[in-house]
Design a protein around this ligand. Structure first.
Ligand code: PLP
Length: 398
């Protein structure tokens, strides 16, 4: 019999996955090209050719027992050193290989950080809307999720509420920028303000409060906007990075965690995160793709494809009088549901073969997430469906 803890997790299984299954079901009935599945954040842009070239080169030139062998739990030193140098070049930081732990994507990066810092009943603050898996990751280590709403016009964190919710039990704060599901980016002034509050609270409460910056979308930015590198603003920061979206490699499971020297007891924390990597069962990040990363450090995904999708979708939504915040990054749009009920709205949209994820799945009811990492043609073909949906919601009458 499965455990009580698992029973709940199975019951609350991700709505996003359910939608994905629904998409497959509808595709069988109506044909794939007539189902507008905007439910999953799976990049539709292929991985850059440099990734495959690197893999082939590694397989042809490196020793097989080495390439496919066990390694240090934190990953290959030479790989970590090259990534550290690249981060230093881009963000004027000062990391070495010691500050980087290679991970099985951002999912395991978040898990090993939370495992390293949480005692039972420690609180972790998250800003709604947020990636729903944070709930599971925090509860994996018996932490408590403390949700704080964002401003509904800008989707920036409500810093007044944030300050008031920090207490003796607060151990960490997770931010995600560019954001899933809203696409907004926290600008420098927000990071400065957030850091100021956290520093003040650390002094008052006399214990570290960690800032965990979850950054799978760092490279997916459409405007000329800088995504601040949090370690430069706040000492007790972790950066959790992933190549899932920036190189379109979600199935390869590759990313890293940065633990800066400025973090309190950094050496001890680096050991803890490294051991956590092993004992949660990941052991180490996958070897072959890890060795390929240094060949792709300055390689970029085709951001123009996502930009084109974003622009077309924004145009369709505007023409049909839907309300949303202009996304500056990632590949999501967060749209206000005209009837206020996100689940019902998703069901109505389904009638027109439009698949969205309800905002409730991101702890923000009254909105839906549209993932536009789909083909441009699908968005073009979906125009009529959006029009019919808008008509049914009485937003337009033509
Ligand atoms: N964090 C956010 C905000 C995400 O959107 C995702 C995946 O969609 C993840 C973490 C997990 O990413 P990864 O595939 O690197 O585990």
């Amino acid at each position: 019999m499965i455990s009580e803890k698992m029973k709940n997790l199975v019951k609350n299984n991700s709505v996003i996955r359910e939608m994905f299954e629904e998409g497959k079901r509808l595709a069988k009935i109506y044909g794939k090209e007539n189902v507008y599945d905007f439910s999953l954040g799976n990049p539709n842009v292929p991985a850059p050719k440099e990734v495959n070239e690197a893999i082939i080169k590694i397989l042809e030139t490196e020793d097989s027992c080495f390439v496919h062998g066990y390694m240090s739990n934190s990953g290959y030193e030479d790989v970590r050193e090259k990534i550290a140098e690249n981060i230093n070049k881009k963000y004027l930081t000062n990391f070495s290989y010691k500050n980087l732990i290679m991970t099985v994507g951002a999912a395991s990066g978040l898990n090993i950080v939370l495992k390293s810092i949480l005692n039972p009943d420690d609180e972790v603050i998250v800003f709604a809307p947020y990636f729903s898996e944070y709930n599971n990751y925090i509860r994996n280590y018996d932490g408590i999720v403390v949700k704080i709403d964002s401003d509904k016009k800008s989707f920036m964190p409500n810093l007044k509420e944030f300050e008031s919710k920090i207490n003796d039990k607060t151990k960490a704060v997770i931010i995600n920028t560019p954001n899933n599901p809203t696409g907004v980016i926290y600008k420098e002034e927000i990071i400065i303000e957030l850091s100021k509050i956290m520093k003040q609270k650390e002094l008052e409460l006399n214990h570290p409060i960690y800032l965990i910056s979850d950054e799978p979308y760092r490279e997916l930015v459409y405007e000329n906007i800088e995504v601040p590198y949090v370690t430069k603003y706040y000492n007790n920061s972790f950066v959790v990075y992933s190549y899932s979206k920036s190189l379109s490699l979600p199935g390869e499971r590759i990313g890293y965690v940065v633990v800066p020297n400025e973090l309190e007891d950094a050496d001890e924390m680096i050991d803890a995160v490294t051991i956590a990597n092993r004992i949660i069962g990941c052991v180490n990040a996958p070897s072959l793709i890890q060795r390929a990363i240094p060949y792709c450090l300055d390689v970029k995904t085709d951001i123009e494809a996502y930009r084109k999708n974003r622009n077309l979708l924004c145009q369709i939504l505007m023409e049909n009088k839907f309300e949303f915040v202009n996304p500056e990054g990632a590949f999501y749009l967060f749209v206000k549901t005209p009837n206020g009920d996100d689940r019902e709205f998703c069901n109505i949209a389904k009638k027109y073969n439009l698949l969205f994820v309800p905002g409730s799945s991101f702890s923000c009811p009254g909105y839906v997430r549209i993932a536009y990492c789909v083909s441009y043609e699908i968005i073009e073909r979906s125009k009529e469906a959006f029009k019919k949906l808008s008509k049914e919601m009485k937003l337009i009458d033509f």
